[in-house]
Every structure is written in C-alpha cells, then in structure tokens.
Design a protein around this ligand. Sequence first.
Ligand code: SDX
Length: 393
Amino acid sequence: QADVFTYDPGFTSTAACESAITYIDGDLGELLYRGYPIEQLAEKSSHVEVCYLLMYGELPTAAQLSDFTQRITRHTMVHEQMHNFFRGFRRDSHPMATMVGVVGAMSAFYHDSLDINDPWHREVASIRMIAKLPTIAAMAYKYSIGQPFVYPKNALSYAGNFLNMCFAVPTEEYVVSPVLEKAMDRIMMLHADHEQNASTSTVRLAGSSGANPFACIAAGIACLWGPAHGGANQACLEMLRQIGSVERIPEFIARAKDKNDPFRLMGFGHRVYKNFDPRARVMKESADEVLGLLGIENNETLQVAKELEKIALEDEYFVSKKLYPNVDFYSGIILEAMGFPTSMFTPIFAISRTIGWISQWKEMISDPAGKIGRPRQLYIGPEKRDYVDLRNR
Ligand code: SDX
C-alpha cells in the first residue's frame, strides 16, 4: 500500500528520505551538522574540517585532518584540457552557466574511470569534486573578466587558495588577507549543507538513477541558480542597491506586502525556518567584522540592510508570516566588500555546498533507504476520453 498516495488537503508532506547528516529545527532556528550546532562550528572549526565531519560523520583527529587536507590540496588542479571548455562560452556568460557546463564535462574526464558501486571510487570522486570546484569557479570568474587563469597554490588554505585564484594576477604578488580568508572560510562553512533543500534533493534524485556524481552535482548547480534558492544572495544585494537609501525602505516594504506586486524581499523568508536562520546571525557578525576591517562599516548597502532588517522584524505583516532574514541576507554584502561581483555570489554558494551535495549523494548511494526514487503525483487532468477527428473539432 506504500504506493497509494492519499491526497490530504492539509498536505502533510511525507519524508522524502532518511538522512543522518544535517538537522534543522525551523521553529527554534536550530541547525546541526552531524549533531554539532552551526554557531559552534562557525566559531571554532574550518570548512575543510566541516567537510570531513559531513562526509564521515565525526570530527577528525589531527592526523585524519592533515591527511584529508593533503588529499584535497593535491587534487585542486583540473585537467589542462578542461581549460578549453571555458573558451566555448561568451565572455559575458554568467559564471553559473559556465560552472554547470564545465562540472558536467568532468563526467567526460573522470567518470569513465570510476565505478560508483565501489566505495573507494566514490571516495575518489568526492575528493576530486571538493578539491576542483573552487578552481572551476575561480576560472569561470577569471574568464568572465578576461584575466588569465591562476593555478592553485598548495601552500595556501582552502579559502585562501580560492581568493588567490580569483584575485591574483601574474603582474604582481597577491597577499591573502587573514580576515578575508577567515570570512570566506566561514561563508563556506555556513553554506556547506542544509538537509533536503531543492538543489540537494536534485542531486539525490539524479543520483538515485545511477547517474555519475559529476553529472549529479552539475544538476545541483543548475537548481541552486534559481533566485528563490541559491540565486537569492545575488538578488538580495541587487534589491538593497535598488532600495538605495534608508528613506526608501517603507516604499519597498509596502510592495513586499502587496499581493498584486510580484516583488519579494530577497533574503527574507525560508521554507523551513519560521524563526531566525541561525546562519544569518553569524553572517551578520562577519559583515560587521569584514566591513569594519576595510573601514567601510558605514557602507550604504549595509546601513540599508540593517535598517530593513530592523523594520521588517517589527512589522506585523512579516511577524505574522514568520519572515526572518535568511542565510542570503548578509552574505552578498560581505562578498561585495571582498571585491566579488554579484555574478560570483551563487558560484561561491555552489562551491560551499559541494560537500553537502557529495555527502548526501554518498549517503543515498550506500543506503537504499536514502533513495528518493520517483516522486508520486496527484493526477488532476481530464477523465479518459476518445480521440476526435480534425474535421469534427
Ligand atoms: C535558500 O531550503 C533551503 O534550505 C534553502 C537554503 C539552503 O541553505 O539551501 O536555506 C538557501 O534558498 C534560502 C532562501 C533564499 N530565498 C530568498 O530569500 C527569496 C525570497 N524568499 C521567498 O521566495 C520565500 O520566502 C521562500 C521561497 C524562501 C520560502 O517560501 P515558502 O516557505 O514557500 O513561503 P511562501 O512563499 O509560501 O510565503 C509564505 C507567505 C506568502 O504570503 P501568503 O501567500 O501566505 O499570503 O509569506 C510571503 C508569501 O507571499 N513571503 C514573502 C517573502 N517570502 C514569503 N513576502 C515578501 N517577501 C518575501 N521574501
């Protein structure tokens, strides 16, 4: 009887799958990675250590962390022939378009040598993805601005290496700022996983057919691009710029409430959190830290964001709808302050979420109970009927 889908007007959704990776309590505003609160990890851990935790289920020992870091570091270069894929794109292509294409193309380079039914091959594919996605995102950025690709540097940290690949140029030394490196590492940690969100469900669904992991991650990147999902960080910063000043906030608050106006406050609301997104709190602290360091704490965009958050949290409409700032509300402000264009915000979300996609894919492949398989539907179309000849229509 498991197949019978009984439509419940209250639509109490049935669980799509079992997972032991991430837990969210939307009412409490709680997010746990393998049981550890995101606030503690953001303060004490690192993105690479969180990658280990999400993938293997436990915090690593010093030796395990060192070995894991080394395996990732030594796979950060992409096959030299992959450079050619970028040249097939227009220079002004959105970096997410390039990433979908190039990550999908990884199937042609690495998939044939892998058997996803072999646990060791799954491990190899996972390490390659974690290692190479930042390189591909940085190459997409460099290509879009007409600068030469920058190779990974094994002496740098995971976050520092990404900043270097994005901002270094052959003509002068680029020094990675420790504050920006820490802020980037924290952004990556905060975006690492988020249970069965749209892009993770896409990766699981693609993986449940036995498709190769590179193609599954490319599908996840495509889904993340949407403005209601990972594209919200870019849409949110563009919205803050459109508002432009604290004085214009009431105009946009009114539009967000107007059912006839498609405008929504980007960076607000969440499918699960009906309380503060815990990641937004940490992100807000980082925004103050980074902009303070850069001496731009009076940045107009940050002032508009803080005032908009304050007004929205006191406004009866948003309180009644339980609309709070989400992870995307402050991340764009930090990334812009670091020097990234808005087009790079979602690619940075994608490289951060790679570990979540990979961990959930591995969990699903190795545990039949984790397979989403084929979602059922409720048919609401016409009753069965006979064909009508053209002359009788
Ligand atoms: C991410 O799933 C994940 O975990 C995703 C994510 C992750 O880490 O993977 O957390 C990342 O995608 C965060 C969300 C980023 N998206 C945005 O910031 C875009 C703006 N937000 C909305 O599009 C919306 O809030 C959603 C899509 C995020 C959530 O939609 P829901 O839960 O289905 O809520 P809804 O659309 O049904 O809205 C409920 C009510 C509606 O009013 P009524 O129809 O009940 O009268 O709230 C209103 C909506 O009109 N509403 C908003 C609003 N979001 C919801 N009104 C104004 N501005 C908004 N942002």
